[in-house]
Design a protein around this ligand. Structure first.
Ligand code: ASN
Length: 337
């Protein structure tokens, strides 16, 4: 009987990378003061025995770090391991436990470069497992539930936080002290309740199977940096980033990616020197930057990030630059992904 159930259940691999979901605090009252990346994957799985009712689950510790320290090499390493597992016939779905600070970056990266329609779910928690009312157990349970469901196939990389199923492309960490931290300007794709997924919408942008990018052909990621803007910002940071070798600079702009007149001449000069200027916005609920609105992008040969926030724009720019150095191609990719 047991063998029969095991055969019916999906095979899900959990790749652990660290973060608060693997965090530990000194006492149960410590919901915000703790050390991330302390607990190993076997202990995380053992902490949620109900996972075995959802899937045949096995874990792998890929790294053990707080997500703010994830390097480009870490991203590539994780991406390659996900691709290997996705290619394997005995894997039906993949879950990645991850710190929440850069979870949206990793989810978007995988969404661009993994050539599979198998579910890939990235999940974290806002409180360590040692805290009262910790959210990691349920988030992980939901991640495995979605990863083992056939309905989740072909929907791109997903994020399950706070009972919501979010698109890895759209979702962003909006607040750092609530369990209701992850939001998308365009709404969640669905909900996961008691292990069952309920879907409401589909991603419209290119991803995974339909993407022109493939982790298997990416050897390294180029240097793309972000410069934060505010009223009358100086050009010091932009110039320094270019000098240190940035191939593209994401302008984390005000409003609709507006650029202070003090900085415009420097950005024009940097573009002439070959550095791509990509206008994004740091407005809190999600930017919406359009070409030639606010700045003459055609004239300056700049690119707009549209609704991608600066950190997601950086991910797409790095991946895109592995294929092209042409600004028109970059702009096409920024519309399509
Ligand atoms: N809630 C978290 O996971 C935050 C932690 N600093 C991390 O990103 O690893």
């Amino acid at each position: 009987k047991e063998v029969e159930t095991q055969q019916k259940l999906a095979n899900v691999v959990i790749l652990a990378t660290g973060g608060t979901i693997a965090g530990a605090g000194a006492s149960a009252a410590n919901s915000a003061t703790y050390q991330a990346a302390k607990v190993g994957i076997e202990q995380l799985i053992a902490g949620v025995p109900e996972l075995s009712q959802l899937a045949n689950v096995r874990g792998e510790q890929v790294m053990q770090i707080a997500s703010e320290s994830i390097t480009n090499d870490n991203l590539l390493q994780l991406g390659r391991r996900v691709a290997e597992l996705a290619d394997s016939n005995d894997v039906d779905g993949i879950v990645i436990t991850h710190g929440t600070d850069t979870l949206e970056e990793t989810a978007y990266f995988l969404n661009l470069v993994e050539k599979t329609d198998k579910p890939i779910i990235v999940v974290g928690s806002m409180r360590p497992g040692t805290a009262m009312s910790a959210d990691g157990m349920l988030n992980l349970y939901n991640a495995v539930a979605v990863a083992s469901s056939k309905d989740a196939r072909g929907k791109g990389v997903l994020v399950t936080m706070n009972d919501e199923i979010q698109s890895g492309r759209d979702v962003s960490k909006m607040i750092n002290i609530k369990t209701e931290a992850f939001k998308s300007a365009w709404g969640p794709l669905g909900m996961v309740v008691e292990g069952k997924s309920y879907w409401f919408r589909l991603p419209a942008k290119r991803h995974t199977m339909d993407s022109e990018f493939d982790i298997k052909t990416i050897k390294s990621l180029p240097d793309v940096e972000i410069a934060y803007s505010y009223g009358n910002v100086s050009d010091t940071a932009y110039k320094a980033l270019a000098q240190s070798g940035a191939k593209a600079i994401i302008h984390a702009g005000t409003g609709n990616g507006s650029v202070s007149s003090r900085v415009v001449p420097s950005l024009q000069a940097l573009r002439k020197d070959g550095v791509h200027i990509i206008r994004s916005s740091h407005v809190n609920a999600g930017g919406f930057v359009l070409r030639n609105a606010e700045q003459p992008d055609d004239k300056y040969d700049w690119v707009v990030a549209h609704d991608l926030n600066p950190q997601k724009a950086r991910i797409l720019a790095m991946v895109a630059l592995t294929k092209t150095n042409d600004s028109k191609e970059l702009q096409r990719m920024f519309w399509e992904y």
